[in-house]
Structure formats: C-alpha cells, structure tokens
Design a protein around this ligand. Structure first.
Ligand code: OGA
Ligand code: MN
Length: 211
C-alpha cells in the first residue's frame, strides 16, 4: 500500500464545522477506496480465522444478555499492519485538526474492528458514561463495499427519543459525534456488517503520578 497521504483540508473542515454546529458529522467517501479495501480484507480474514472475540459491556452481565444488547465481535487496532498504520496516521491528522481548532486536548485514539453477523445489532446507547468520561469524540468507519437499504444495519442517531439520522454502513463513510451527548443504535443487520469504531480520548489524569 502507498504511504499515508494527507486528508484534504476541506474534508477535515467539514467534520469540524458539523461537530460544532450539530454535534454529529456524516461523511460518505471520506476515505479512499484502496485503504477501505485493505481494512475490509484484513477484517474479513480475521473473522474467517476466528480472531475476533465477542464484545462485552459491563462486568456483571451474562453472555446471553450481552448478545441481546450488543452482537458484535471485535479486534483492537494497534498498528500491527500497513493498513492499520495508515488508518491511524489519517486519524492522527484529524485529531490534530480537532485539537487546533476546538481545543479538545485529545491525546489518543482507541479503535477496534467490529463484525456484526446477520441478526445482530447494538441497542440504543451512549459511548461515554459519567464514571468513564475520557471518551470525547466517537468515530465510526464503514468497510462493506456495497450496502442496500433492505440490508438493515443502519446507524440510527437520536436526539432524545427521536431518530434524527439513519446512516447506511457503506464502505468509505466516516461518522463522528460527541461521545457523551449523542445516543445511537445499530439496527439489526441482515448481512455480515464490517466496520471500525473508535474514540478520541483525553488522558486519564487520575491515573497519572501525582508528583
Ligand atoms: C459502537 C457503535 C456504531 C456502528 O461500537 O459503540 O455504536 O454503526 N457502533 O457500528
Ligand atoms: Mn456506540
């Protein structure tokens, strides 16, 4: 794969302006096809080789209940391949732009691949909780090369109880939103659904040494 190229200024600016204006930004065609194809093939391979593990939510819940709330299996992204490194490099550019213009003080991105088999989804939730508020900006990146309305699996974005946007999980699309303010849900998918979910975070100062 070719070296990382800079994301265009105008694509980054659209994300920033929409986050400021409406706390959500939806960007079809944000990533180039070569990168999305490489990420997709890697994730399909991991799934075939049974390298993904069931996602969990809280510590107390039982497995069966969790599958009901959240049906994806995941693999954390940690720069172990060219495709992952290029993806992380592009997201670092976005992180820097967010910090420069919005003074968010973001220090890192935690991100994982996700696979939802047919029949699975993720019930309405927030990505950041009162006792775990280090996640500031959520990103979701879709990897399937094609997707139809009938395939289900849309990301539904809420304002309280009202759905204000539905996003088809079509490869190349980037969705960003303010983690602690935007409830969202993954509708039950009828096809294998491949994506990346990530969170720009701030450093956990409570865990830092005090002197
Ligand atoms: C998540 C999530 C949305 C999506 O993993 O927390 O909300 O569209 N994912 O995959
Ligand atoms: Mn979420």
């Amino acid at each position: 794969m070719k070296n990382s190229k800079p994301i265009s200024q105008s694509k980054q600016q659209k994300v920033i302006d929409e986050l400021v204006g409406q706390r959500v930004s939806i960007n079809p065609g944000f990533f180039d096809a070569e990168l999305i194809t490489a990420l997709y093939q890697e994730l399909v391979g991991l799934e075939k080789q049974e390298q993904l593990r069931a996602a969990h939510i809280g510590k107390q819940q039982q497995r069966a209940q969790i599958r009901d709330i959240r049906g994806d299996a995941i693999h954390w992204i940690n720069a172990e391949t060219d495709a992952q490194r290029r993806f992380l490099a592009e997201m670092t550019q976005l992180q820097n732009a967010l910090n420069q213009q919005l003074f968010l003080g973001l220090t890192e991105l935690e991100a994982h691949y996700a696979h939802y088999p047919p029949g699975m989804g993720y019930q309405k939730h927030l990505d950041s909780f009162q006792n775990n508020n280090l996640r500031r900006i959520t990103i979701v990146v879709y990897l399937n090369p094609d997707w139809q309305k009938d395939d289900g699996g849309e990301l539904e974005i809420y304002d309280d109880d009202e759905v204000i946007a539905k996003v088809l999980p079509l490869g190349g699309t980037l969705v960003c939103f303010v983690s602690e303010e935007i409830p969202h849900k993954v509708a039950i998918t009828r096809r294998e659904r491949f994506s990346i979910a990530g969170w720009f975070r701030v450093r956990d100062t409570a865990a830092a040494p005090t002197s």
